[in-house]
Ligand binder design. Structure first.
Ligand code: MEV
Length: 316
């Protein structure tokens, strides 16, 4: 018997970083990029092969480097959490989601591996339990995550997310066209979150004011998505980007991509995810997306993906 488990990428439309401090944020799954775990029964112990990074992990063996250490920790956590006494089988994991790029790669990889291991060992996991375990594994990769990445990836639905609140799935009116542009510079979400924490500790009042401005943006963005107001959503994205610049989590490259897409008449643009590199998103009118794409490539994007957000996306 073999199992195939997939999990999508994600983008954050508005609210990243502030969400760590209890402010809402909106994220949506991107099914055109995904992590995939293929599992089969074999005798002997559990092995995990990650061809993308050229590593094979044998459960219980000593890790030899940082990448192997994180994957080993992930396996150990899953096995302990599922209470599996005789872990076995072979899992091949691969992903079309760029690493360390703000697209939820770690949450998608953990979700796919967790589902595959549960399948191999005949464990049925309710989606809430799956989400809790993936959140715990996110702390291995990111330190103190808000929980937004695992939530959007596990539930595969647009979400209006608030830390420690039950999940609120978001209904989307009409279609919204986005370009997702990769700056080609991977960046650590852990470092970016840590940077904002230092700012917050240094000047709580000023940072909390920025977070409150972000709250207002997120709530207005929610109405735009529910009512199909793309132009207004675009303006809110730009406002959110300016506030993230104040938090110093954008980068010169990302800023150049944002300005280039706005000059090419995108409706809005901003960094997305942890920032300091990674990906940015531009909201475009369906027909003009070619111009914005060209502008993004000229401004240094190494890859530009078109993504259509609509209510009914195919589940993976
Ligand atoms: C990362 O995708 C989003 C951040 O807000 C961190 C988090 O919420 O855990 C930067």
């Amino acid at each position: 018997m073999s199992y195939v488990a997939k999990a999508p990428a994600k983008i954050i439309l508005v609210g990243e970083h502030a969400v760590v401090y209890g402010i809402p944020a909106i994220a949506v799954p991107v099914n055109t990029m995904s992590a995939c775990a293929r599992a089969r029964h074999t005798p002997g112990t559990l092995t995990l092969s990650a061809a993308d990074i050229g590593r094979t992990i044998v459960f219980g063996e000593q890790a030899t480097d940082e990448a192997t250490r994180q994957l080993s920790q992930l396996l150990t956590h899953i096995i302990e959490r599922l209470g599996i006494s005789d872990p076995r089988g072979e899992i091949d994991v691969s992903s079309s989601i760029p690493f360390s790029s703000g697209l939820g790669s770690s949450a998608a990889i953990s979700t796919a591996i967790l589902r595959a291991i549960a399948g191999l060992h005949d464990r049925h996991l309710a989606v809430d339990e799956l989400n809790d375990i993936v959140f715990e594994t996110e702390t291995i990769f990111h330190g103190t995550p808000s929980g937004i990445d695992n939530t959007v990836v596990v539930y595969q639905s647009p979400v209006y997310f608030m830390k420690n609140r039950s999940i609120e799935k978001l209904a989307i009116r009409d279609e919204f066209h986005f370009l997702i542009a990769d700056s080609g510079r991977p960046a650590s979400t852990r470092d970016a979150v840590e940077h904002v924490r230092k700012l917050y500790q240094a000047d709580r009042r000023a940072t909390a004011e920025i977070f409150e401005d972000i709250r207002r943006i997120v709530d207005s963005a929610k109405s735009c998505l529910q009512s199909g107001h793309a132009c207004r959503l675009g303006r809110l994205m730009v406002e959110n980007h300016r506030l993230l610049q104040h938090l110093q989590v954008s980068s010169a490259r990302i800023d150049a991509l944002v300005e280039a897409s706005l000059a090419a008449r995108a409706l809005g643009a901003k960094m997305s995810g942890g920032g300091m590199g990674g990906n940015m998103i531009a909201l475009v009118n369906g027909p003009n997306h070619g111009d914005v794409k060209t502008a993004l490539i000229k401004a240094g994007a190494v890859q530009v993906r078109h993504f259509v957000l609509r209510q009914c996306q195919e589940s993976l």
